[in-house]
Design a binder for this molecule. Structure first.
Ligand code: VGL
Ligand code: ZN
Length: 179
């Protein structure tokens, strides 16, 4: 059984957001086109308290219950069966969806008989990367949809380096036309 994990497609990571990924919302076109092809669709949200050590590294973003933490309006959320909240503590970055603390993602996927996990969303060089590498470590066959992710690219090569690191860790790089 195969699941799609949509990582952090939230207003603050899209155009005009507090931690803008250039044209971040463009990932929703390819995500929306394939959501119906999965046995299960789930999503993560960056969900920070007002004060956290994470904001020493980053502008304030995705504060829980704020507009910036909402899904971008262009994302079709109707197939999402569960949302995993991460970065909820005051000291951790919570980059990986496997660090979500409302529900354990690995247990949830196993309960739903998922062995293949496809990953899309934002941002390639942080939360997508961390979630994808953790998925391999947890034993899931892990695919990254390269035409449905986008990078922050503080350094212009960060996105490409992140994809290479995911592949090196055992993730399979594919795209939305192959699912
Ligand atoms: C993210 C930086 C800070 C992400 C979250 O979702 O990739 N990046 N917090
Ligand atoms: Zn964050």
């Amino acid at each position: 059984m195969k699941a799609l994990l949509i990582v952090d497609v939230q207003n603050d990571f899209c155009t005009g957001g507090a931690l803008e990924v250039k044209d971040g919302e463009s990932v929703t076109e390819n995500i929306n086109r394939v959501v119906h092809r999965f046995d299960l669709v789930i999503a993560s949200k960056d969900w920070h308290p007002e004060r956290t050590a994470h904001f020493k590294k980053w502008p304030v973003h995705c504060v829980r219950f704020s507009k910036g933490a909402e899904f971008h309006p262009s994302l079709n959320t109707s197939h999402i069966q569960q949302v995993f909240l991460k970065g909820t503590g005051t000291s951790d970055d919570g980059y990986s969806a496997f660090e979500a603390d409302n529900i354990d993602l690995s247990d949830y996927l196993k309960e739903h008989h998922i062995d293949q996990l496809y990953i899309a969303g934002l941002a390639t060089d942080y939360c997508v990367k961390s979630s994808a590498i953790d998925a391999v470590k947890k034993g899931f066959t892990t695919y990254v949809l390269t035409d449905a992710v986008k990078a922050v690219n503080i350094d212009p090569d960060d996105g490409n380096e992140a994809l290479a690191a995911m592949q090196q860790a055992g993730c399979i790089l594919t795209d939305s036309t192959s699912v």
